[in-house]
Design a protein around this ligand. Structure first.
Ligand code: ADP
Length: 572
């Protein structure tokens, strides 16, 4: 036993080169006269780029230094203090996204500051956004063909333009790096470690309204106050009699909303009251109706919040900074003659776009306040103008999102993801959140395939940036032989969760094996590629607060927690 630990510990040291030996400084070294030292052997091994060619290329870029220095100051905030303090960022003034197209034989890639042998594909923002992504940690690698594969229909424009901007081409073979769509079981079984697909096998169950309730209500029984953000729900299959009793004794003018358990776009939804005839139809559920929504210009609205999960065990959850606000198109009213009016009570875009009152948001200032869809940015400005603390509101939305993901964790893990395929999945969810007049967020549902259609300039801007940021964050590996050799050497070990308690700064190399380190580093790496995403979990600030909501403690969640708790930097 003792022996194996020692071997593991040695392996760790060989794989994770000290950061100083990474190739991150290469660009600055070879272009600066005063610092023109020769590169160390390990640097030569890490980046296989013809230096002569880089020199020529960099000279032409030097003239743009000033503009790019400005750009650097706008880069994503790097969450890892040690890196910033040690000033290990790549000299971003020497590279910019245009190089992907101007120099055909090289490709810009993101190089991990923790694992210099790991490169991921850099996704420059598509041109229509006229924005530049953070240049931190970029290096050049010999260009390779990059392929995506599609299932079913032609994907949304925002997905295609993100692929195009990064130099991806469509493929029908098995040489893809990203599979977009619902992959077959055989495809999933045969995925290589560096391939990624946009659905977890268990994701479909969370998109069903009945499953979501079943899982959230389980946690709600343990934490009634903390999980009070989902309206009480009754599955007509199981809860019909109970609901009828509740309805009988409810005050006059109480409303509920009846929905199909597995449908979308407002289909089959209607409001009911004490007198509506109801049967125990198993295809439906009934939910308490939030009858006091917060209104803007007298209209009801809900928020579409984009949430990205890149791993379930350990859990990694991100929320996008921007999103959509969808308005009803008739002024709010609870009069009994109005309860059948869908343009008053439903905020779905697919419902309201049929209304003659629907106003497209083309992001023109005079039009914007009246538009039937807003960005979160516009929404926050409006709240601010009304003296409402939007930061507090969004803090509680993040809380709802994270608690929901934690409650759904076991559901998502149900179709057991093997160790081998742990890193193959990511999922973008669309959370529908209603805000009541007390500014309390309510979770209405979680959409597995949020619409990525762009019916206005506003949609195009938000969704194109979202998708590009998502692909950048998930870290699609730019495959090198060295990385592959390291990956296939990996072994799995039975992990005992109690070990974590005994780990500290001095002994972690004996107690933590290479796979554990990889898992921790992936979290830290993703935090360096955030774009407009905010990391909800694992987050140093709140990881302890949310620990209690997990049904089962998981080794790697706990390990990361321990790492944060310890405070010292085990990794570099
Ligand atoms: P769908 O999947 O068909 O879009 P949702 O559950 O999102 O179904 O409901 C559609 C719309 O109905 C929501 O956008 C919201 O405006 C309204 N709605 C749904 N549930 C409630 C509720 N409990 N209280 C108030 N309004 C609701």
């Amino acid at each position: 036993m003792q022996k194996r630990v020692q071997i593991e510990s040695r392996k760790v040291q060989t794989v994770y080169l000290p950061l100083a030996a990474s190739s991150l400084k290469i660009h600055s070294k070879i272009t600066s006269q005063s610092q023109s030292q020769t590169l160390t052997q390990s640097q030569h091994n890490t980046i296989k780029v013809n230096q002569k060619q880089i020199k020529v290329h960099n000279r032409s870029l030097k003239t743009r230094n000033n503009i790019q220095k400005e750009m650097l100051s706008q880069t994503d905030s790097c969450t890892n203090k040690v890196l910033t303090e040690r000033n290990l960022e790549i000299d971003s003034s020497l590279i910019e996204p245009q190089t992907t197209t101007s120099i055909k034989q090289f490709q810009l890639v993101w190089q991990s500051p923790y694992r210099p042998h790991i490169y991921t594909i850099y996704f420059p923002y598509p041109q229509l956004l006229q924005q530049t992504r953070s240049q931190q940690f970029l290096v050049e690698q010999i260009k390779k063909p990059l392929y995506y594969k599609l299932q079913g229909q032609v994907p949304f424009k925002c997905v295609l333009s993100a692929f195009e901007a990064a130099g991806f081409e469509k493929s029908d073979e098995d040489n893809w790096l990203i599979y977009w769509g619902l992959a077959s079981k055989e495809t999933l079984d045969e995925m290589k470690q560096y391939q990624k697909t946009n659905h977890f096998p268990g994701c479909w169950s969370i998109g069903r309204k009945d499953n979501l309730w079943i899982h959230l209500s389980k946690v709600k029984r343990r934490f009634p106050n903390e999980y009070s953000f989902i309206p009480n729900t009754y599955l007509l299959k199981n809860d019909f009699d109970r609901f009828e009793k509740i309805r009988e004794f409810a005050p006059k003018n109480t409303f509920w909303i009846k929905k199909p358990v597995a449908s979308a776009k407002g289909n089959g939804i209607k409001l009911i009251d004490k007198n509506t005839k109801l049967t125990a139809d198993k295809r439906y559920l009934v939910m308490d109706y939030i009858s006091n929504p917060h209104l803007l210009n007298n209209f009801k609205y809900d928020l579409r919040v984009y949430v990205l999960i890149t791993s379930i065990d350990p859990l990694r959850v991100y929320m996008y900074k921007d999103g959509l606000v969808r308005f009803a198109t008739q002024e709010y009213s609870l009069k009994s003659e109005d309860i059948k009016k869908r343009f008053i009570h439903l905020t779905n875009f697919s419902v309201n776009k049929q209304s003659p009152n629907f106003i497209v948001n083309n992001q023109e200032m005079e039009q914007q306040v009246k538009a039937s869809k807003w960005s979160h940015k516009e929404y926050k400005q409006q709240l601010m103008a009304q003296g409402i603390n939007h930061k507090l509101l969004f803090k509680s939305i993040k809380d709802v999102v994270l608690k929901t993901c934690i409650a759904a964790e076991t559901l998502l893990l149900k179709n057991r993801i093997t160790m081998e395929h742990k890193n193959n999945y990511f999922e973008l969810f669309g959370f529908d959140i209603l805000i009541d007049e007390q500014l309390k967020p309510w979770l209405l549902e979680v959409n597995v395939c949020p619409s990525l259609n762009s019916s206005s300039q506003l949609d195009t801007q938000i969704k194109t940036k979202l998708i590009s940021d998502m692909f950048h964050l998930i870290g699609i590996q730019y495959h090198t032989k060295k990385a592959f050799r390291i990956q296939i050497k990996k072994k799995q070990y039975e992990r005992n969760i109690n070990v974590i308690q005994t780990i500290n700064t001095t002994n972690f190399r004996q107690k933590v094996n290479q796979e554990d380190l990889d898992v921790m580093i992936q979290s830290l790496e993703e935090q360096l590629r955030l774009g407009q995403f905010k990391c909800l979990y694992p987050n140093k600030k709140n990881i302890f607060e949310y620990e209690k909501y997990f049904e089962y403690p998981r080794f790697h969640n706990k390990l990361i927690q321990k790492y944060f708790e310890d405070g010292s930097n085990w990794i570099i």
